[in-house]
Design a protein around this ligand. Structure first.
Ligand code: ADP
Length: 326
């Protein structure tokens, strides 16, 4: 692979607030460093179907504050086949694109890793997902905004939970990761979080009921991470209705509102830093790494590490929630 003169950028998989800030940063940093930039629409789909447009600095004006992604995002079956990836490679070559910056979650980075292995294309990943489930970075782009959205919602739910003396199970996103549920619970002052990381260790509902609700509280809010492992908020509401019929139980599933909205300052800043770092990485000859931020420093995380390793939940956070919910 020779000198990189031109890059393509795409957003893929689930959208996350801050993706636009990342697109802006990658585009502007590339142009600043003398590279040509192509925006690829609808993730890998646009790479396969040739929805590729050259971007100038103005193409990314006034987007840093917007949720979603101006490049659109999609899931693309064709890209999971060798034929689809061959088509994608052909389109890249036709436009003279030498390298890719992929913004997305672990599925998108898996696609990038496979593509980079098959063809000699440097790929850099940016962690764009509200779930915060990528290893090697303290937070992912979109996570902080989603956390704040959850906080707003739970603050409102608490008003009715308190007034009616109810037990609320609030289901939040996270796929198989409990970061949103656990940190959302701490920030909202909720009584407990039910997270997939501990689903096989203890009966989290029993623990919560024993710990506090039955003794001292007339209303409670429990955040439940959506996951097949936990069974979600409905599952716990049903259990309480059966096992503890004295409680007035309600369920709120926050759903897709968690993905939207203006990105927080934190998400805009990390997206901007990671975007600049992605171009720096390419210029240094890095390839097939995800850009992360650990202890406030930019790090390069090999795709295989970022995708395969489970990011552990900090037990200190569990203790904090536990102690403060008496
Ligand atoms: P996320 O990036 O949010 O985890 P997905 O898991 O839906 O989202 O992945 C997004 C896209 O990445 C998929 O639609 C597909 O095009 C591509 N992708 C995911 N896994 C693979 C794979 N094993 N091989 C090739 N492409 C993949």
């Amino acid at each position: 692979m020779g000198i990189i003169k031109s890059i393509g950028i795409l957003t893929s998989g689930g959208d996350a607030p801050g993706m636009n800030a990342a697109i802006r940063s990658v585009t502007r940093s590339a142009i600043y460093n003398g590279l040509k930039v192509f925006g690829i629409y609808r993730g890998y789909k646009g790479l396969v179907t040739d929805e590729i447009v050259e971007f100038k600095s103005q193409n990314v004006s006034n987007i840093i504050q917007m949720g979603g992604t101006i490049l659109k995002t999609a899931r693309c079956k064709e890209f999971t086949t060798p034929e689809g990836r061959a088509q994608a490679f052909e389109n890249m070559k036709r436009h003279g694109i030498d390298a890719l910056v992929v913004i997305g979650g672990d599925g998108s980075l898996t696609g990038a890793r496979i593509f980079a292995q098959e063809y000699d294309i440097p790929c850099i990943g940016l962690p764009g997902t509200i779930d915060n489930d990528l290893y090697g970075t303290d937070t992912t782009i979109g996570y902080d905004t989603a956390l704040n959205t959850i906080l707003d919602a739970v603050d409102k739910i608490r008003d009715t939970a308190t007034s009616h003396e109810r037990l609320f199970f609030v289901e939040v996103m996270g796929r198989d990761a409990g970061f949103l549920a656990l940190n959302g619970a701490i920030a909202a002052g909720a009584e407990a979080a039910i997270i997939p990381e501990f689903s096989t260790e203890v009966d989290q509902l029993e623990e919560f009921i024993e710990h506090g609700f039955r003794k001292s509280k007339s209303s409670s809010i429990v955040l439940v991470a959506e996951s097949e492992l936990t069974g979600g908020a409905m599952h716990y509401a049903e259990r309480v209705k059966n096992e503890y019929p004295q409680y007035d139980v309600r369920v709120t599933i926050l759903g897709h509102l968690q993905r939207g909205g203006r990105p927080t300052a934190h998400d805009r800043i990390i997206a901007s830093r990671m975007g600049v770092a992605s171009i720096q990485a390419l210029l240094e000859g890095q390839r097939n790494v995800m850009i992360g931020i650990e202890n406030n420093k930019i790090v390069y995380v090999p795709f295989t590490k970022a995708i395969k390793n489970d990011k552990p939940i900090d037990k200190e956070l569990v203790s904090v929630l536990h102690e403060l919910s008496i």
